[in-house]
Write a protein that binds this ligand. Structure first.
Ligand code: HEM
Length: 463
């Protein structure tokens, strides 16, 4: 008990340090940024900014290094091209469509759990797993299915190349930025260009194959995927005769990059933090397990209807997203001079919305704002805090995260399957050090000790 209390104290200390860092970070941005920047933490003003019409505020233009990582897709596009891509891609994330992916994602999670069982020490029945690494397998699989659907195997090859490309880009991101350096033919740049060329070549082949198959695909009622929707849109042009620029192979390449960037690490970070907090709070772990066993049974892969009934698991996921939001901030740019909360904001000012700081604000969440208390979400998200905009892990408004349904469904499914099969606690090696490198992640990984609930149990398959 003493060690849990000490750990909680240590956790709160390092969380406070992180918030301080974030706030100091934003002050730094205000003074030294190349464009005027302002951090806005008032929920009324945040609401006004995020729900305003696009002619007032829009996404800001990200740094070329960041764009190289995130792709020139939905996250960074603006104006009519963004609206067109968002319309085209939205059906991928409708619940009815995602439902079709559940058995496949579930199978990946069960395979992962079975591997953990085989890795366990025969004497103790326990295995130590760095969940921050393993969950990436699950989220990469889910995003590959969402992006490529029935071309899953070819898609996997494309994303494998993309992982290598992103490794180069994120290494460059960590170094001092020298303008123009990325155009020099250094060894790493040449390798990046080669990879980029290969990705494009693979995608062109894949698109060719799918173009021949799209009619069949519609008839067969397959799940809608990024590739299929974009290929259809490129051949159909704008809807209702709207004059939009046609979707090109380059657009598809860039959206693939964006999906991979925006969808993989974010969701694996949510899963990692959820496992960590459940390991820290065994009483909530047990409460969630009892719910899962009651609703879904001990072995089967939960279906969509069962997942919808997991209220305690939802509360835990929300509380994790509140304390450890994978995306710690989002940014908008004023497109014209505007008055906001009585202040005159000049055109082109970048407004930083510090999601993490808002989520930890004691004025909104009460004196236990830094503590893990899923019960605060018992009456739903809107009633959890003193202001409805106090909880914004996926942003808000027209540019809200398009992948929210996928992320939550995937996280619920994974947590449920793990709770069915394992009891777990933090490894003594775990150091609580949330840190930000684009996203919020545990600086020294997340080693967790798992013990199979029944070593003789062989999970049934429902696929
Ligand atoms: C726990 C997981 C996730 C978190 C916390 C998260 C968070 C966010 C946030 C904060 C934004 C900015 C919203 C705004 O500025 O108002 C965003 C945008 C976006 N996210 Fe996610 N995200 C997650 C998972 C995903 C997944 C699985 C995908 C799948 C492709 C995805 C794709 C995107 C895209 C494309 C955008 C840009 C949307 C637009 O501007 O139209 N995200 N996300």
């Amino acid at each position: 008990m003493g060690s849990v209390a000490n750990r909680t104290e240590r956790r709160e200390k390092s969380d406070r340090q992180l918030i301080l860092l974030l706030l100091t970070g934003s002050t730094f941005l205000i003074w030294f940024g190349p464009t005027p920047r302002l951090a806005v933490a008032d929920p009324d003003l945040i609401r006004e900014i995020l729900l305003s019409r696009a002619e007032h505020f829009d996404r800001y233009e990200s740094h070329p290094m960041v764009r190289q990582l995130e792709g020139e897709g939905l996250v960074s596009l603006r104006g009519e091209k963004w609206a067109h891509h968002r319309r085209v891609l939205a059906p991928t994330f409708h619940m009815e469509n995602l439902k079709m992916l559940l058995p496949f994602i579930g199978k990946t999670v069960v395979d992962m759990a079975e591997k953990w069982v085989t890795m366990a020490d025969p004497a103790s029945g326990e295995v130590e797993i760095d969940v921050s690494e393993w969950f990436q397998i699950v989220t990469e699989d889910a995003i590959t299915r969402t992006a490529f659907g029935r071309s899953y195997e070819d898609g996997k090859a494309v994303f494998k190349l993309q992982t290598q490309l992103m490794a180069f880009a994120s290494e460059a991101f960590r170094k001092v930025f020298i303008p123009g350096y990325r155009f020099l033919p250094t060894k790493k740049n040449t390798s990046s260009w080669k990879l980029d060329k290969e990705i494009r070549k693979n995608l062109v082949t894949l698109i060719g194959r799918r173009q021949e198959a799209t009619d069949d695909e519609r008839l067969q009622g397959c799940a809608k995927d990024l590739l299929g929707l974009m290929i259809n849109a490129s051949s159909n042009g704008g809807r209702r005769g709207q004059p939009v620029s046609p979707i090109t192979v380059n657009d598809i390449v860039e959206e693939c990059k964006t999906f991979f960037f925006a969808g993989k690490q974010t969701t694996s970070n949510l899963l990692t933090w959820t496992t960590v907090v459940l390991a820290m709070h065994p009483e909530w772990q047990e409460r969630a397990r009892q719910e899962v066993l009651e609703v879904c049974g001990a072995h089967d892969i939960p279906c969509r209807e069962q997942l919808a009934k997991l209220k305690t698991v939802s509360m835990i996921l929300n509380e994790t997203l509140r304390l450890y939001p994978p995306a710690v901030a989002t940014v908008r740019r004023a497109k014209s001079d505007v008055v906001l909360g009585g202040y005159h904001i000049p055109r082109d000012t970048e407004l930083l919305i510090p999601i993490m700081a808002v989520h930890h604000d004691a004025r909104l969440w009460g004196p236990d704002a830094t503590q893990f208390n899923p019960a605060r979400f018992a009456d739903g998200v809107a009633r959890a805090a003193k202001h409805p905009t106090a909880f914004i892990p996926f942003g808000l408004g027209a540019r809200m995260c398009i992948g929210q349904n996928l992320a939550l469904l995937e996280a619920k499914l994974t947590v449920a399957i793990i709770l069915q099969r394992f009891e777990f606690r933090l490894s003594p090696k775990y150091v609580h050090a949330p840190t930000v490198l684009m996203l919020l992640h545990p600086q020294y990984g997340a080693p967790v000790i798992f013990r199979s609930r029944s070593s003789s149990q062989t999970p049934d398959r429902h696929v």
